[in-house]
Design a protein around this ligand. Structure first.
Ligand code: FES
Length: 111
């Protein structure tokens, strides 16, 4: 599923396990770390793909092809937690340029 954060960031949330724990989900930025194009999921190829320069990422967001792989630039991953069947993703509420140096941690968030 695609989630839009309050900051406007677009985040892919995917299920990778059979249980309902934080380890069974991953939240990845949909912004390519190379030059900022939007990546999309290709189920048939089991990968994220960036059409701008043929960037390829595995299901965990690790760059495996194209300029991002050459530069070691994986998709940014967001911490998440599962509580009472709900997924909480740790994102900044501020637009990227106004963001503080340190984002709020899940411990701070949940108190
Ligand atoms: S912007 Fe994604 S590979 Fe260049």
């Amino acid at each position: 599923m695609l989630y839009r954060a309050p900051s406007g960031e677009s985040i892919h949330v995917t299920r990778q396990g059979a249980q309902v724990t934080a380890r069974d989900f991953v939240a990845l930025s949909s912004t390519c770390p190379h030059l900022g194009c939007r990546v999309h999921w290709e189920a048939g190829n089991n990968r994220y793909f960036c059409p701008c320069h043929n960037g390829v990422f595995d299901p965990s967001g690790v760059a495996t092809g194209g300029p991002p792989a050459e530069a070691g630039q994986s998709l940014p991953r967001y911490p998440l937690a599962v509580r009472d069947g709900l997924i909480f993703i740790e994102v900044s509420a501020a637009p990227p340029r106004a963001r503080a140096a340190e984002p709020m941690t899940l411990t701070q968030w949940f108190g």
